[in-house]
Design a protein around this ligand. Structure first.
Ligand code: AHG
Ligand code: MN
Ligand code: MN
Length: 334
């Protein structure tokens, strides 16, 4: 019965009482949850509203925007604007920083988000999601300079994602573990279904786009080749492979049953610095992974320690079960 499970508000108010989570952060998370609920319904009704397909525009990364990328961005932005402590927004779909406050002060929030992740899945009716990261300012910053938002992932106070799949779910951390909620059809409430999600340290499942094998660096090729060589190979066991083309979905599976996710820099994407974006894909997912007992690495160091140099910067991403990520880092050192 859904009523036996705490609502998102009940859960967040408990975090407020136990951990001192700020009331404004509670309000912001509720607004983000509303945005996700609205995006979910816009996606489900996309065919009827004529919202599937390209928007006929490209974003700063040179990617063709889907109509629903644009719609999801508008919903995310308008709901984040409800919170009086949000100083700026950084979205995958918007080239410049969206400044909301003239004088961003200590304690204000910056929200980084990927409004629709895996949007190539939309036209074939596969699941997609949204990703967000929240940083709290430790000092006043200058809104005339977009570089003011370039803060490392260690500054995050909250991160999460929503999945628009068979169920609409919301998974968050405020620095006290990772907790999963599902949207209950009927009441519209997000209710806690997966408290304290923990990633198993070992796994026999990996996620990588194997069509890029010829472009990979040697450590990634070695790791993959060992995983697919079966019980007779150096790993002495069989591995399973999954790739959904939506980071949110692959990460959710890993949070649920373990695994490792790789989107490394390779010879075909190195000019861009990799594929996935640091501020609104790698950092929030890295924070969630660490909070759930996993690791998030570039292969050569912790993702959260990377000091950003631009808003849409890309980074090499290897994250998931601790012992696999550690092994891959060792291969890079070799
Ligand atoms: P987005 O739809 O926000 O641009 O992100 C897509 C990303 C990520 O979600 C996924 O893991 C990866 O791109 C898929 O890349 P390939 O198409 O190379 O498999
Ligand atoms: Mn994405
Ligand atoms: Mn996206």
């Amino acid at each position: 019965m859904p009523h036996s499970r705490p609502t998102l508000r009940q859960f967040l108010l408990k975090e407020y009482r136990t951990h001192g989570t700020e009331k404004d952060l509670v309000f912001l998370l509720e607004d983000i949850a509303t945005a996700c609920r609205v995006i979910s319904s816009r996606i489900r009704n996309g065919s009827f509203a004529g919202n599937l397909g390209s928007a006929g525009s490209t974003n700063v990364q040179g990617e063709t925007q889907k109509q629903l990328d644009v719609i999801a961005n508008e919903e995310f932005e308008s709901h984040c604007r409800n919170c009086s402590r949000v100083a700026a927004l950084v979205s995958e779909e918007v080239d410049e920083v969206t400044w909301i406050k003239d004088k961003p002060a200590v304690g204000d929030y910056i929200v980084y988000f990927d409004p629709l992740d895996g949007s190539s899945n939309l036209d074939v009716n596969l699941s997609v999601g949204s990703i967000f990261s929240i940083v709290q300012l430790k000092e006043a910053i200058d809104p005339s300079d977009d570089r003011s938002v370039l803060l490392p992932g260690t500054e995050q106070i909250c991160a999460g994602y929503s999945i628009y799949g068979p169920a609409t779910s919301l998974v968050i951390t405020t620095g006290f573990g990772v907790h999963g909620f599902t949207n209950h059809l009927g009441t519209g409430e997000f209710r806690l279904v997966s408290p304290d999600m923990i990633i198993p340290e070992d796994t026999n499942e990996f996620a990588i786009n194997a069509s890029r094998h010829s472009f990979w660096d040697q450590p990634i090729q070695r790791y993959f080749d060992e995983c697919v060589s079966g019980p007779e190979g150096p790993r002495g066991k069989s591995f399973n492979m999954r790739w959904t083309a939506s980071m949110v979905l692959d990460i959710h599976r890993i949070l649920t049953r373990g695994g490792v996710f790789l989107y490394p820099v390779d010879s075909a994407n190195s000019a861009a610095g990799g594929k996935l974006r640091l501020l609104y894909e790698a950092n929030p997912m890295g924070y969630l992974m660490e909070q759930a007992g996993g690791l998030a690495s570039t292969g050569r160091g912790r993702i959260l320690d990377v000091v950003p140099t631009s808003s849409h910067q890309r980074v090499s991403v290897i994250l998931g079960s601790k012992n696999e990520v550690t092994r891959i880092e060792e291969y890079f050192r070799d």
